[in-house]
Design a protein. Sequence first.
Lengths: 114, 114
Amino acid sequence: GQSLEQPSEVTAVEGAIVQINCTYQTSGFYGLSWYQQHDGGAPTFLSYNALDGLEETGRFSSFLSRSDSYGYLLLQELQMKDSASYFCAVRDRAPWGSARQLTFGSGTQLTVLP
Amino acid sequence: NAGVTQTPKFQVLKTGQSMTLQCAQDMNHEYMSWYRQDPGMGLRLIHYSVGAGITDQGEVPNGYNVSRSTTEDFPLRLLSAAPSQTSVYFCASSQAQGLGYEQYFGPGTRLTVT
């Protein structure tokens, strides 16, 4: 079946660097995405990795190792506004249908302290 | 450009009632989907559509129906509401279900079934 594992909570201080890991087990893997969700808000797209390596977008970077079924989101120069939930999601071929789907992890609640 | 809009924002239903959650997008996206999010959990796919007239089931389709008569609209119908359907419902759209396409989420509908 499909499963994603990520830590439930991470705490860091303003200005620090934090890494949120995601391991996955799935079939027909196509790529790993990351989404941010503030309390009461909608998820917003952060990044997508289809190939091994690091993708950088401003203060955020995302890494993928397909051979290890592992990825991470790296947040640098943390700001208070980065306090949110972060979800990894795999794009794969779901068992209930033939189309490619996004399957989400349970999310990591990041708390940034002053 | 309004993006993805959802109505209503909040809804309270009694067990056994039916209702339709509305979703519309103005980005001419082919792919639309409905997710539900329960407290402390990720998003689970209910139904999705790869274009007008084409819909399919996701991970948790029971108790829900969808239709896609136009590219813009993708309503979700609850046939006979149950307390287990208390959740936050998000509609999302993307250019295609292919690799790396960012999904744009609506603001969500918070549904309580008593």
